[in-house]
Design a protein around this ligand. Structure first.
Ligand SMILES: Nc1ncnc2c1ncn2[C@@H]1O[C@H](COP(=O)(O)OP(=O)(O)OP(=O)(O)O)[C@@H](O)[C@H]1O
Ligand SMILES: [Mg+2]
Length: 292
């Protein structure tokens, strides 16, 4: 698979597309994000990893214009911004592909490609031109769908993701944010999407790739951020980090060790009664082991 990532650092004169400095977000009393630093560079994939509730979606919602940050500085193209709407983000070239995608399943591939940006000839839709352009653009990115009149609902999850990404690129995105694009996909389809992320990167876009999967991140990522309870616990360039280190970080490192310690002595497959005094607990929690 052609996802090879150069380990070379970027030239010094390349400016970041998006910068966050000490950014925070509170929802009432909840500190969803605190003290986050992030830079998105053209031609690079910035991976954001973290467990459930870590703050990944909150982070991208700030970039995507869905939520305003409540602390710190957020810059796009060197200018400080508070984005009040997704439209404001799009106008600055920031496109977001959400997991549930916002493609219309009953509409054809080419109609989806141009949804909201339809080409017209006089009063009528210029379907021939839209179809031709959609075809060219998808081919250019190596996506082979065949009949573009097919409804999108019949395509695989990976193909749908790719159409959404191709559309964002065609309509001028400079930064593309992907929220867990491979989470619901099998190995093969994930490969399709990862190849496509690599293409977007190689086309010079700044890609922000949100994922739970360190293997997927490591295949295409240049830079890795790990969030935990709203704070950055890891911020490393590709050449500072191995896949094993990233995997250990995502698996919870010390927490996993503690869990292993806690579960020690429990026979595999045996149902544990947490109130059974025979079961020795060394940590504060109780083991969740059950065979049915
Ligand atoms: N609209 C909201 N109102 C109140 N709290 C929120 C809101 N959105 C998120 N949170 C809280 O902020 C924290 C971070 O949530 P966020 O959705 O950003 O996590 P995440 O890393 O995307 O998790 P997941 O992997 O489950 O999608 C959580 O504690 C969550 O409960
Ligand atoms: Mg989320």
């Amino acid at each position: 698979m052609s996802t090879a990532v150069s380990s070379d650092r970027r030239p010094a004169d390349v400016q970041p597309l998006v910068v966050m400095k000490d950014v925070g977000k509170t929802y009432g009393n909840v500190h969803a994000l605190q003290g986050v630093h992030l830079e998105v560079y053209p031609g690079e994939v910035t991976c954001v990893l973290g467990d459930n509730g870590a703050g990944k979606s909150t982070l991208i919602k700030i970039m995507a214009g869905l939520h305003e940050h409540t602390g710190g500085v957020f810059e796009v193209g060197g200018v400080q911004r508070h984005l009040a709407s997704p439209r404001a983000a799009q106008a600055l070239g920031i496109a977001t592909v959400y997991q549930d995608l916002a493609l219309a399943p009953l509409m054809s591939v080419w109609r989806n490609f141009f949804m909201g940006n339809e080409l017209r000839r006089g009063l009528f839709l210029d379907s021939r031109r839209m179809k031709r352009i959609a075809d060219e653009e998808l081919q250019k990115m190596g996506i082979h769908i065949g009949d573009l009149d097919r409804p999108v609902g019949g395509l695989s999850g990976g193909q749908k993701q790719c159409i959404a990404i191709a559309r964002a690129i065609y309509f001028g995105a400079k930064v593309i944010i992907l929220d867990e694009p491979t989470a619901a996909l099998g190995v093969k389809q994930s490969g399709v999407v990862l190849r496509y992320i690599a293409k977007a990167r190689d086309a010079g876009l700044g890609v922000v790739f949100i994922t739970h999967n360190p293997h997927h991140a490591h295949l295409v990522g240049n830079h890795f951020l790990v969030l935990k309870l709203g704070r950055l616990v890891l911020d490393a360039h590709r050449d500072e980090l191995t896949l094993d280190q990233l995997t250990a970080e995502m698996a919870g490192g010390q927490e996993l060790d503690e869990l292993q310690h806690e579960l020690r002595g429990v026979e595999a497959g045996k149902t544990v009664d947490p109130d059974d005094p025979e079961v020795e607990l060394s940590g504060p929690g109780k083991p969740q082991v059950s065979d049915g």
